[in-house]
Design a protein. Structure first.
Length: 371
């Protein structure tokens, strides 16, 4: 009788037919090349931060620093533009019998406000998209264990920023319809609650209660599609950077990868957002409290009749500390979640498309020389 040769390629063909466990999956970078657990995703994101510090921290600091400078310049320009209109505005307010200033007096302030608001929103969208593209570029190198510097990540990420902005805006427009309906439903709840409180018992109270119930049901019905769409498209930014997809193709790609795995992806995304939000909030609170120390010390030295220059100097120091705290929050919330969401994308492709083989081959192939 033939000798028992074991149970497969990893069996012991020797005497006794013993069995040895298969070898562990390859891990050229921050994650093993197999379906990932939640802990491995969080650990892979933290390992990426640790290995690529210059890019992970340097790019967000530069981007949000420039964003803060641009916003500050916009505010200064807006204040300079309305400085000549302030006396006329104050005279119009103080004029006897005037209930509100005329439009001619309000127009410069309205224009200045919306100009600053436009700079604020456009700059924030650009900054967030740039940092998100950079974090995904970092992860693309981290998964296969390749080195990446500030400059290489910047060159890799910058061309994908327009497509990433388009993807964000397109997914936002798609999710806006149920979101607006949800806002309408919440407004119905508020109105219904107010009417119910004012009506008391009787027919009016019954009608108000029905009105309130309809608003609650409407809010639930409209919130669910908005959340579903948000998770459905959450992997689209990774498709933009990893696969160089356009906005529409990236949304379609994300929908394919999320299909059948909506609940796990939703749960991990919420967990990561909570972790980043809590850490950012704690850092901002600590820095904000530390900012009060020089403020209180300086306030005690001002005396009973402080000079305006001293007051402005004192407040400027505090505002700088608050700005640094805000920037620290931006950095935390714009780095950790994109890294984990990128690993969610890698995990789904490993599960559904056997991406592990291609990643192992890519890790074994040296990168092309940079010119």
């Amino acid at each position: 009788m033939a000798q028992n040769q074991g149970w497969g390629p990893y069996g012991d063909p020797g005497w006794g037919g013993g069995w040895a466990p298969p070898p562990p999956p390859p891990q050229p970078g921050v994650i093993p090349l197999r379906p990932l657990t939640v802990g491995e995703m969080l650990g892979g994101a933290m390992a990426s931060i640790g290995r690529y510090k210059s890019a992970v921290f340097g790019i967000p600091l530069v981007v949000f620093g420039l964003y803060s400078v641009v916003v500050g310049v916009a505010v200064v320009v807006a204040l300079a533009g309305v400085s000549d209109a302030v006396p006329g505005f104050l005279d119009a307010v103080d004029e006897p019998g005037s209930s509100e200033p005329p439009w001619e007096e309000l127009q410069p302030f309205v224009v200045a406000f919306f100009s600053v608001l436009a700079v604020l929103m456009i700059g924030y969208v650009l900054a967030v998209a740039t940092v998100q593209a950079a974090m995904l570029a970092v992860l693309q190198n981290a998964v296969v264990g390749r080195p990446a510097t500030f400059g290489s990540v910047w060159r890799q990420a910058l061309p994908r920023v327009p497509a990433l902005i388009g993807t964000t805006l397109l997914s936002g427009l798609i999710a806006m319809v149920p979101t607006l309906l949800a806002l309408v439903a919440f407004s119905v709840i508020i109105i219904g609650t107010s009417v119910a409180a004012a009506s008391g018992d009787g027919d009016d109270g019954t009608a108000a209660s029905v009105f309130l119930v309809v608003g609650v049901l409407g809010a639930l019905i409209t919130v669910v599609p908005a959340v579903w769409l948000y998770v459905k498209f959450i992997l689209a930014p990774a498709a933009v950077v990893f696969e160089k997809q356009g906005p529409i193709a990236a949304l379609r790609r994300s929908s394919q990868l999320v299909h059948g795995r909506w609940w796990p992806i939703a749960g991990i995304s919420v967990l990561v957002a909570l972790i980043a939000g809590v850490i950012a909030g704690v850092v901002q609170q600590v820095l904000g409290m530390l900012g009060f120390i020089p403020l209180i010390t300086a306030a005690s030295d001002l005396g009973p009749e402080p000079r305006m220059a001293d007051v402005i100097s004192m407040l400027s120091v505090y505002l700088v500390i608050v700005l640094l705290a805000q920037m620290a929050g931006y950095v935390i919330q714009s780095t950790f979640p994109p890294l984990v969401n990128g690993l969610l994308y890698v995990d789904q492709r490993i599960r559904k498309e056997n991406l592990a083989v291609a990643l192992a081959e890519s890790a074994a192939t040296p990168p092309p020389p940079a010119y």
